[in-house]
Write a protein of this length. Structure first.
Length: 147
């Protein structure tokens, strides 16, 4: 289940003016929750990945991610944006939902399974609509528990 990678302390509802501001706020949230030790290293790894190809996968969703040797376990941080932001998405649509994934660089199979499950889940338009209507962190986790 995706919820094994989620934690209410990693769910946020934010307003931001740019993609990089969203990324910084999410990295800070992850740092505050104790999931990462080096904010700069993780942020730079996220940006490096973003430069290869946009993580805006379409449908108003982005999945920025980075794998580093310092991690033992995968985690998913979720940001629901108060207003859509440009993200150079594959379909050109602005982003409102961001799933930031971090984890170890030596567990490729688990990573691909996690990414696949997440992508399959968010292809469901009903789930995306429900996410955008939530305002409590616990409700976001509960939504994923029902999937």
């Amino acid at each position: 289940m995706l919820t094994e990678y989620m934690d209410p302390s990693l769910v946020t509802f934010i307003e931001a003016e740019s993609r990089d501001e969203v990324l910084k706020k999410l990295v800070h949230l992850i740092y505050q929750a104790g999931k990462i030790k080096d904010k700069e290293e993780f942020f730079n790894a996220i940006l490096k990945r973003e430069k290869i190809v946009s993580t805006g996968i379409g449908m108003g969703v982005a999945i920025p991610h980075a794998k580093l040797p310092a991690f033992d376990l995968f985690f998913i941080a979720i940001a629901i944006l108060k207003k859509p932001l440009p993200w150079h998405s594959l379909d050109g649509s602005p982003v409102r939902i961001v799933f930031m994934i971090g984890g170890p660089d030596d567990k490729q199979t688990e990573y691909l399974q996690l990414l696949s499950r997440l992508t399959q889940t968010i292809k469901n338009e009903e789930i995306r609509k429900k996410l955008l209507n939530l305002s409590e962190t616990n409700n976001v986790i509960e939504l994923f528990e029902t999937i």
